[in-house]
Design a protein around this ligand. Structure first.
Ligand code: HEC
Length: 243
């Protein structure tokens, strides 16, 4: 403001030699300031913020990407037994899986108590079919699960005459898990059923298309899952020394 030199740049700064303000001509006021050519540099703060965000995003990805593995969220690739495709996956307790399968497929009839409904659905708690009885082997219960059951059947001294749907659409490991669950719940205390045993029974009864009757099941010789499950073990034992 102290300058006496008239300036073209800023019309408001026009002053006379004696310091008086001069009236600014309208033609000058109409003019916009001269446009500049160079663009403004990006503010430093914004650049810093950009890098900080990239850094945070990197940390987030590293922590939450699951190693970019394709099987992280795929239930089909997760191994139920803890060995196999999943590799590093923690072993899954078949009873936990079995309880889920039971809740999804069986409670409507057999109830969460495993007591069934008198006259309609037989109990699983204390059932000789589940824990094994005089003529009932592990093969019978697997067969009942795979293909269903119909007609008169005796469970714990009561006769039921209804129909149980087949569950062959469940995978071997799912049938093994649900059987292992019902054999260890409600006071039942029978050995677990392995996936391999379910598979062997499925292969054996693959031609079956109808639910079993108790009479047909009785005609089948009782078998223990333990014996069949132990069979592949010697084969594995003979192959291991060659390593
Ligand atoms: C629609 C009702 C229904 C569903 C669902 C059902 N069951 Fe059954 N279940 C029956 C009936 C009815 C019988 C007896 C069949 C008969 O009368 O011949 C039976 C019999 C059985 C038996 C042999 C008898 C006994 O009480 O021990 C077992 C074991 C069994 N079911 C297990 C299961 C399991 C495990 C599931 C789930 C995967 C299941 N059931 C789902 C109705 C059902």
């Amino acid at each position: 403001m102290t300058s006496n030199t008239p300036s073209n740049e800023d019309p408001s700064k026009l002053t006379s030699e004696t310091g008086e303000k001069l009236p600014v001509p309208a033609s000058v006021l109409r003019e916009n300031p001269e446009p500049t050519n160079a663009s403004e540099p990006i503010p430093l703060g914004l650049t810093a913020l950009f890098f900080v965000l990239i850094f945070i995003a990197g940390i987030y990805l590293a922590l939450n990407s699951g190693g970019f593995r394709s099987d992280v969220f795929s239930p089909d690739l997760v191994s139920w037994s803890g060995a196999g495709a999943g590799g590093a996956a923690a072993p899954v307790d078949p009873k936990v899986v079995g309880k889920r399968i039971f809740t999804q497929n069986c409670v409507v009839c057999h109830q969460t108590t495993g007591l069934g409904m008198p006259g309609q659905f037989p109990p699983l708690a204390g059932s000789e079919w589940v824990i094994g009885g005089d003529w009932v082997g592990d093969n019978h219960i697997v067969s009942v699960l795979l293909h269903g059951m119909q007609g008169a059947v005796q469970v714990k001294g009561s006769t039921y005459n209804n129909a149980m749907p087949p569950w062959k659409q469940l995978k071997d490991e799912q049938i093994a898990a649900v059987l292992t669950y019902i054999r260890s719940e409600w006071g039942n205390n029978a050995a677990p059923i392995s996936t391999e045993y379910v598979k062997s029974q499925r292969d054996k009864t693959i031609a079956r298309t109808e639910p079993w009757s108790q009479k047909e099941l009785k005609a089948m010789a009782a078998e223990s899952a333990g014996a069949a499950a132990a069979a592949p073990a010697p084969a594995a034992a003979t192959s291991s020394p060659s390593k």
